[in-house]
Structures are given as structure tokens and as C-alpha cells.
Design a protein around this ligand. Structure first.
Ligand code: T46
Length: 140
């Protein structure tokens, strides 16, 4: 995976999205090993509301890449032992979210468009939506 930033043991795996910028605007590309999985699903969040947070779950197997292609939000990741957060505030700044990672999204700007690339089709049974269940599963 190109350009994963922050220290190796950080939960926050940032990825610089390659772009082509010229006077007409900016064009961002995901290809080759970005994301580091075959894309099976793409979805995006719009009409987000600053006071309403989202997420509050983990995925047993799903891997994802998320990027705010417009606006911003604050992504919180928690692996059951520590919790870190990062602002997603640029279309060039994507985050890789591994499986078994509790995620919360806070402080959405009204103009946020959060694009998510996923390694699998939607499967509600892959979700862990209760934090205590997540902690138990993370401990193995
Ligand atoms: C994640 C974060 C970043 C579907 O039917 N198909 C889909 O592909 C998705 C993503 C959701 N849904 C349904 C399930 C719920 O009834 O849409 C409804 C809202 O989903 P949810 O409450 O899980 O949305 P978020 O924003 O809390 O979480 C979403 C993703 O579900 C999740 O995988 O990692 O965005």
C-alpha cells in the first residue's frame, strides 16, 4: 500500500491518493495496490449532520478505504486496546481501515461527502455493533 503514514503501530493508516492537478481542477485516482484489496463495493455518505455521529461498530472481516472527497469529518479508530482519531479533510487523504477495528465518525461538516471503498459486499452479519461484544471478540 503506497504512502501509509504515521508510525507503524498507529491505528491511523493514512494513504496519499495520487492526483492530477491542473488549471481545470483536480483528478484523484485509486488503482493498482490502492486499495490493498479488490474493490467489491463502493458507497458514499452525504447530507451529513454535524451533531449526528455515525459508525459505532466494527467489522469482523471487512477492510475499507475512506476519504472525504468534500468537506470533513473526524474518524475515530479503536482496536480494543487504544483509541486514535484523525481528521479526514482532503480528497488526497484516505484512511485504510482494517478488519476488527471499532470506528466512529464525528464532527461532520454539512458539505461532507465520505467515499468508502470496501473489500466485500454488504453483510450485516459481518458487523459488531455492540462495543462490549467487540472488546470480547478483539481479546479473542
Ligand atoms: C462503515 C462506515 C464507514 C446497506 O444496506 N448497504 C451498505 O452497503 C451499507 C454501507 C449500509 N447499508 C444499510 C445498513 C443500515 O440499515 O444502510 C443503513 C445505514 O448503515 P450504517 O448505520 O451501518 O451506516 P454508518 O454510516 O454508521 O456506517 C457505514 C458502513 O455501514 C460501515 O461499514 O464502516 O460507514
Amino acid at each position: 500500500m503506497p504512502s501509509a503514514k504515521k508510525s507503524a503501530n498507529s491505528l491511523i493508516k493514512l494513504v496519499q491518493v495520487p492526483s492530477w492537478n491542473d488549471p481545470r481542477g483536480n483528478l484523484f485516482v485509486f488503482e493498482k495496490d490502492l486499495p490493498p484489496f479488490e474493490i467489491k463495493r463502493v458507497y458514499y455518505l452525504t447530507n451529513t449532520v454535524e451533531n449526528f455521529s455515525r459508525g459505532f461498530h466494527a467489522h469482523r472481516d471487512l477492510q475499507q478505504i475512506a476519504v472525504a472527497v468534500n468537506g470533513r469529518c473526524r474518524m475515530v479508530l479503536d482496536d480494543g486496546t487504544k483509541r486514535e482519531d484523525v481528521w479526514l479533510d482532503s480528497p488526497s487523504k484516505a484512511i485504510y481501515i482494517d478488519s476488527m477495528m471499532w470506528r466512529e465518525m464525528h464532527d461532520f461538516s454539512a458539505d461532507c461527502v465520505l467515499l468508502v471503498l470496501a473489500s466485500a459486499e454488504y453483510d450485516e452479519s459481518d458487523y459488531i455493533r455492540n462495543y462490549d461484544d467487540f472488546i470480547a471478540a478483539a481479546k479473542g
